[in-house]
Design a protein around this ligand. Sequence first.
Ligand code: TMP
Ligand code: ASP
Length: 275
Amino acid sequence: MSRRRRIYEGKAKVLYEGPEPGLLVQYFKDDATAFNNEKKGVIEGKGVLNNRISEYLMTRLAEIGVPTHFVRRLNMREQLIREVEIVPVEVVIRNVAAGSISKRLGIAEGTPLPRSIVEYYYKNDELGDPMISEEHITAFGWAGPQEIDDMLSISLRVNDFLNGLFVSVGIRLVDFKLEFGRLWHGEEMRIVLADEISPDSCRLWDMNSDEKLDKDRFRRDLGDVAEAYQEVARRLGIMPEANVKEFRPVGASGPTDIGGPTSPAKPVDSPGKVS
Ligand code: TMP
Ligand code: ASP
């Protein structure tokens, strides 16, 4: 691994030159950052879990026809991906108020949104990924109108599909962030899903207890971060049971009903329109 040419190093992943032109190797680190690099930490085993979870979700999405950069998983921490030109726009899809929308608009966390809300952020660490509108994206040439259309329709499709998939394992998909890339075939270009989909980039809440099963455990110092990611993997059926330590957040008393494929999710009390 160390002899391969490193193309790019981000906060949680490294990209290496692939085995042939047009392919890259995406390596998942255990490093975690939050609040634009202000808070740093290492979550042991996170890279392995995110590699598996992202593989699983990208594969399920490809099966329903969503174009992605994912080719195949290579080992515990690496996956083969197609080289794309990353669009410098992060697309956030929200179903339930949490995080920055709650703060910005004063909506209590956990409030179902009247409909799914899509937001765009300019991917620029120096500026702290500021929120932008379609106007900014087209005016500054970060993406064209057709590309925005493609990103939006893929995002809504991903949201519908992942909502159902997570509900079936007792998890509420509160919100998530997607990144897209331009994949070139000679003169032809198409927009594909890139980066990763994992508890680093989603808010995932247990449907019974509202327990957080995502990176907010790290951002908010809630503890048991790796255990929460492992719980997501376990519910999705992608971790060998033997390796799984039961997720029991600090402060929880007695046995917790952690749901899963065999224990159907409790219906949402006041469901918002989530798709
Ligand atoms: P936010 O509420 O902080 O704006 O985050 C919305 C969603 O986007 C949440 O699921 C976490 C994800 N996200 C990232 O993946 N990367 C980021 O840099 C930020 C700020 C959020
Ligand atoms: N990934 C971003 C950072 O490193 C923010 C976040 O996920 O909270 O700062």
